[in-house]
Design a protein. Structure first.
Length: 408
């Protein structure tokens, strides 16, 4: 590896015993463990772009720190990253092939993040989720289910439970109290690239609290109406958390043997529409999929509840911005977010998209595709903002924002 190349991974700062470290994490979950590196070592790793030779890296290190980076030390870093599958090379390609082959041949989708992002033990997980409802910033405990109906869909976050669990609880309490459907259409955000704007899977989703079966008849009805291969990107489902996290909450609300069914849809980027300054519905693959979904639900007579698993703004140094977010900046972002969400409350999908497109997605709204798609699909009269939240990381002056909304 004379020209080492780092894969597309997540890197974010963490505090450990008063020391700032950079956490390297694999969004594809080929490597299941994270690596923690000090800033000087991260400088070396940042040069692993496939364009810098090992000699170039040594020279850059000398210019930056004024000391020699020995070849054997550099090779040690390269070997460690390669062994942990963070470098693009033969070892990673073989591991990726095995993971993809295993997922392709499986009849189910494993709970990839159980024991990592949330409790893997069923009793521990129930206690964890219960806490999000009952804590001071939550919506209150789940009481005996009311007979009220009328819920058509919700927007809920997909941020990690530790930071946003209370906000999930607002949306899922509304499902508990006002949903009458046994079938949930879940629009998730794909955090890795896809060839097409949407992809499906027929694989049932396992959680520590039980399995959620996919409505395969509905899947087939959509594919039969859509000319694109909706399974071309199916492998992205293997490591994507945005649908898994909703499944965990749904199985908590409706314990087995409650016969829930889901339609898991991953949404890719809509940035082509932003770049062209047009509505996403003017892009044929997006329009065809949304039309096919609406027709399939109608023709099968399905009563469904829609879920958009979506976070909002991603701003600050961690997300590539030159400047961090100040306390004043957090207030400005909150105001901009809530102005954007007012379009969603009014069921104005085009207004929602335009509010993001006008600023060229400056706030990096990762929930744009699932929220827009849901607004264009469900038939509701109005929406209501239930809860808004911000997860601020002071070490990088960065923030992720999120919200729960309900539609009736």
């Amino acid at each position: 590896m004379d020209y080492p190349k780092l894969r597309d991974i997540n890197a974010f700062p963490v505090q450990n015993s008063g020391q700032t470290l950079l956490c390297l994490q694999d969004p594809q979950n080929i490597c299941e463990k994270a690596l923690f590196v000090p800033p000087a070592l991260y400088f070396i790793v940042s040069l692993f772009d496939g364009q810098h030779s090992t000699l170039d890296i040594q020279a850059e290190y000398m210019r930056r720190f004024g000391e020699l980076l020995y070849a054997d030390k550099l090779q040690e870093v390269i070997n460690q990253l390669d062994e942990n599958l963070f470098l693009d090379g033969e070892r990673f390609q073989e591991a990726l092939r095995q993971k993809e082959e295993g997922f392709k041949n499986a009849s189910f989708r494993e709970a990839v993040f159980a024991g990592k992002s949330y409790e893997g033990d069923p009793d521990g997980l129930r206690t964890q989720l219960e806490g999000y409802f009952e804590r001071a910033n939550g919506p209150g405990s789940l009481e005996q289910k009311k007979s009220t109906k009328g819920l058509k869909g919700v927007v809920v976050p997909h941020i990690d439970f530790q930071r946003g669990g209370f906000c999930y609880a607002f949306g899922h309490r509304e499902i508990w109290e006002r949903n009458s459907s046994p079938c949930f259409v879940i629009f998730g955000t794909a955090h890795t690239p896809m060839k097409n704007p949407f992809c499906l899977t027929r694989k049932d989703f396992i959680t520590p609290l039980g399995t959620l079966n996919v409505d395969k008849e509905l899947v087939d009805a959509i594919q039969s109406r859509c000319p694109d291969d909706l399974f071309e990107d199916e492998g992205v489902h293997r490591s994507e958390h945005s649908i898994e996290f909703q499944c965990v909450f749904l199985r908590y609300l409706y314990p087995e043997p409650n016969p829930l069914k889901i339609l898991p849809i991953l949404s890719g980027s809509f940035h082509e529409a932003i770049e062209k300054g047009i509505s996403p519905m003017e892009l044929k693959p997006i329009r065809q999929f949304i039309d096919a979904l609406k027709e399939a639900v109608s023709s099968l007579g399905r009563e469904v509840c829609y879920i958009a698993s979506a976070d909002l703004a991603h701003m600050g140094v961690q997300f590539g911005d030159r400047d961090g977010v100040s306390e004043y900046g957090l207030r400005v972002i909150a105001q901009e977010d809530q102005e954007m969400l007012e379009y969603a409350e009014k069921m104005d999908g085009e207004g929602f998209f335009s509010s993001i497109s006008r600023e060229r997605d400056r706030r990096k709204i990762c929930g744009l595709p699932p929220i827009y798609s849901m607004l264009k699909t469900l038939e509701a009269k109005e929406g209501k903002l239930l809860k808004y939240g911000q997860a601020f990381a002071p070490e990088t002056e960065s923030v992720v924002t999120f919200a729960s909304l309900a539609f009736y």
